[in-house]
Design a protein around this ligand. Sequence first.
Ligand SMILES: Cc1cc2nc3c(=O)[nH]c(=O)nc-3n(C[C@H](O)[C@H](O)[C@H](O)COP(=O)(O)O)c2cc1C
Length: 453
Amino acid sequence: MTSVQVLSEPLELPCGAVMPNRLVKAPMEQVLGKFLGGKPNAELLRLYAAWAAARWGMIITGNVGVDRRYIGLMFDIVFPDPGKAAQQAAYREAFVRWARVCKGQAADDATEAVPASAGTRPLAIVQIVHCGRQSTRGAGRPPWVPAVAPSAVPMRTDGKQTLSDKLLFGTPKALTTDEVHDVIARFVRGAVFCAETGFDGIELHAAHGYLLSSFLSPLTNQRTDAYGGSAENRFRIVREIVEQTRERVPKSFAIGVKLNSSDYVQGGLTEEDALQNVRWLAESGQVDFVEVSGGTYEKPAMFAEADAPKQSARSHRREGFFASFAKRVHQVLPAGSKMRIIVTGGFRSRAGMAQAVRDDAIDGIGLGRPAALNPALPVQVLDAQIPDEDERASAPDWKVPPPPACMPKIPLVGAGWGSLWHSAQLHRTAYGERTAPDISLLHFLRGLKVFRD
Ligand SMILES: Cc1cc2nc3c(=O)[nH]c(=O)nc-3n(C[C@H](O)[C@H](O)[C@H](O)COP(=O)(O)O)c2cc1C
C-alpha cells in the first residue's frame, strides 16, 4: 500500500464511531476564551471550521477545564459551574454550536449530523482537564490561593523549586478524599455535558503533569488513602472517572485518555508504569482510544523540536517522539482488545506517519504544531496526486523564532514561548487571517479576549 492509502484507511473505534482516516488534530489549548475562563465563541468556531473543512479523521479540542478555579492559562474554555442555571443554558447553546462546527456543519444548522458511524466526517472529541499543580498562580483564583494536587509537592522545573516555580505556581494544597470525589464528579459531568451537546466523545487529559497525570506519578502522588500508594491506587481516579462516565453516556459515545509514556523526571512515571496503565484501560473494555504523549511542565518532552521533514528523510530517523513506546503497547494489550492507539508528537512527513502506522501498529497519528501552522494539512497529506517527496506532503518547514530577550532563559519559559507562538498561529486562523511564521509576542497578546465571550 502507498503512504496515502495507509493513512486514508478508515478506523472504527469500539463504540462504533469511525474515523474516515488516520490523521488526528491533536488537542491544543486555543487561549481564545474570555479572561478567567469562558465559553466557546465566534473566533473559536472559525478556527474549528478551518479544521473541520480539512478532512481530519478526528478533531480533539484544546483542553476544557472542569473547574474554572484551576485552569492552565487565564483564557481557557471551561465547563459551566454547577448550579448556575443561566450560565448552564448559555454554555449549553455555545457547546451545541461548537459540536456542529467540529462535525463540519454550520453553527446554526440544527439538522441532525451525519452519524459518527458513517465514517465520512471528523469525529468531534472534547479534551477535558483539571490543571492541578500546573494551574498557574491566579489562573481562576486569587494569586495567594494555592492550586490543588494529590499531594503538596511543589513544581521543580530544574530538579529543584526555583524562584520562577515559586512565583508562577507556588506549593499546591493536597486534595482531601472528599475533594477527590468532587473532582471525579466534575469530570463525569463534563463528559455528560459533551454527550448532551452533540460531541462524539471525550478525551481525559491524564498526561503532561496535569491533575490526573500527577495522580498517576509516584513522585507527585504521596497520598495514603485509596487514591495513592500502589500503582493500582494511583490509577484509581482515572478508573472511576471512566467507569462512571460509561454508566452515564450512550454506548456510541467515545471515551479516550491521553497518557504519558513517561514523565522523564527522576522518581516520576516510568514506561513500565505507563504500560500498566494502558493495559488496565484496555482490560476495562470501556475505553475507545489512548493518545500517547510524554513529559510535564517540569520536563516538557512533548514540546521537543522535531526534525524538519526533509531532515528526517535524509537521516532516515524514525519520526514520532513516542512511537517506540507505542510498539511496546501492542505487546501488552490483552488479546482481542480493540482499544485504539494514537501517538502524538514529532510527526512531520507523510512517509514518516505512514511508516509509524505500518511498522509500529499505531492506529492514529496526532499532529499538534503542524495543525496550527497549516489547518488544512490533511488535504495535502492525503492527496495521492502529490508524491511523498513533494514538500506539500509534509508539515510546513518552520522554525520558532527565539523568545524575546525580556523572557527569562529557563526551559519552561522556552517551551512556553514555543507554545504561545503556536497559539498566536491559532489566533490568526481564528481571526480569519493566514498563519505566518514571522509573528511576534505582540500578535499573541492582541488575540486575547479580556471582556467578551
Ligand atoms: C499551542 C499548543 C497548545 C497545546 N495544548 C494542549 C492541550 O490543551 N492538551 C494537550 O493534551 N496537549 C496540548 N498540546 C500538546 C500537543 O497536543 C502535542 O502533544 C504536542 O504539540 C506535540 O505534538 P506535535 O509535535 O505534533 O506538535 C499543545 C501544544 C501546543 C503547540
